[in-house]
Write a protein that binds this ligand. Structure first.
Ligand SMILES: [Cu+2]
Length: 354
């Protein structure tokens, strides 16, 4: 009886070979790769923008040229091994393995001429792609100013009188200019499906253009390590048809109500204006005009909270206001002590900021 148990265990370990650990682990880990706020991880291999398509075109050309070179070299190698063996097996066939002139030809053609030709082609194509990425296919009508903060994105539309945060709305199929500045350290603005990265450098104005080809919500990230919460510095790009975009502009450019209509919202606004919130946050139309944190004028219409960390809903918002340091340790918003009633009113007020 005692002997059967170890024997059984032995059999089990023989059934699951060790090398299977890698594929199994990969499967398990890939299930963990869900992006914050439940939105899919951006995929640069699946471009949805004009710039992204240029990059992918360049990638595939280089990939297939590299593959062709690799396969050619391998084929030659295999042929040489085969010939050596054939020669050893039957030396009297008269294959001469020592042909110095032919050897030099290999060096000239395979070692110099072919690489120079291939690298020149790749260089020429890359220069073409770089030039195509530098200028938009049509002049931009809209300019958006994006400022990087630790760890969120300030978004302004100077021509349209809009200030928002962590969310950029653009009309689909139109080139849009993005001007990039930073308030503190170096960040990098990256919409993997739409365009290449552009760094945000202190004291310098950088710019890129984007042209989204399919309506949708795309996740953008900070692609330059910028401190504790670098990994939670995301933003959403909402690309909509022209009419939908204009509806958004109309809403987003209007101020909030100076005094809300109903009582609970008024009580919530009172909490906002009498605790610390207004020092750091702006709600246009009210006396709150802080600029340390994101503008909250139309906060309720945003998809995410705290730079893409979470879905924007009442539960997450309550947790965020009471203890931001639990959700985003090191972030520049302090916890606020509120009574249950104050919190309810404040949450309600914020949810009316459509
Ligand atoms: Cu950053």
């Amino acid at each position: 009886m005692q002997d059967t148990a170890p024997a059984h265990r032995n059999q089990m370990s023989r059934e699951l070979p060790k090398w299977l650990a890698v594929p199994i682990l990969t499967l398990i880990l890939s299930a963990c790769s869900q992006a914050p706020a439940n939105r899919t991880t951006p995929n640069a291999m699946d471009p949805k923008g004009f710039g992204g398509r240029i990059v992918m075109g360049e990638f595939w050309i280089q990939f297939w040229m590299g593959t062709a070179v690799f396969l050619t070299v391998m084929a030659i190698l295999i042929y040489i091994i085969y010939r050596q063996r054939a020669n050893r097996r039957a030396p009297d066939l008269g294959i001469d393995l020592h042909e110095p002139e032919k050897g030099m030809l290999w060096v000239w053609v395979g070692g110099i001429i072919v690489p120079v030709v291939i690298l020149s082609i790749i260089f020429g194509l890359s220069v073409g792609s770089a030039r195509a990425l530098a200028t938009p296919p049509e002049p931009e009508q809209i300019t958006i100013e994006v400022t990087g903060h630790r760890w969120w994105w300030e978004v302004r539309y100077p021509q349209l009188n809009i200030v928002t945060a962590n969310e950029i709305h653009v009309p689909v199929g139109e080139a849009v200019r993005i001007e990039l500045r930073t308030n503190d350290v170096i960040h990098s603005f990256w919409l993997p499906e739409i365009m290449i990265k552009t760094d945000l450098i202190p004291g310098q104005l950088n710019a890129q253009w984007i042209l989204v080809e399919e309506p949708g919500v795309y996740r953008g990230v900070c692609a330059e390590f910028c401190g504790l919460q670098h990994a939670r510095m995301h933003f959403m790009l909402v690309a909509e048809p022209r009419e939908r975009f204009e509806e958004w502009v109309e809403k987003a450019s209007s101020p909030a109500q100076a005094v809300p209509d109903d009582e609970l919202a008024q009580a919530g606004q009172e909490v906002f204006l009498s605790t610390s919130c207004f020092y750091c946050h702006q709600i246009r139309g009210t006396s709150a005009s802080g600029s340390v944190g994101p503008d909250l004028t139309h906060f309720a219409s945003r998809l995410t909270l705290a730079a893409g960390s979470m879905e924007n809903n009442i539960g997450n918002l309550g947790g965020w206001i009471l203890d931001p340091q639990h959700i985003k340790p090191g972030s520049l918003m302090p916890p606020t002590d509120l009574t249950g009633e104050e919190l309810q009113a404040l949450l309600y007020y914020l949810s009316t900021l459509e």
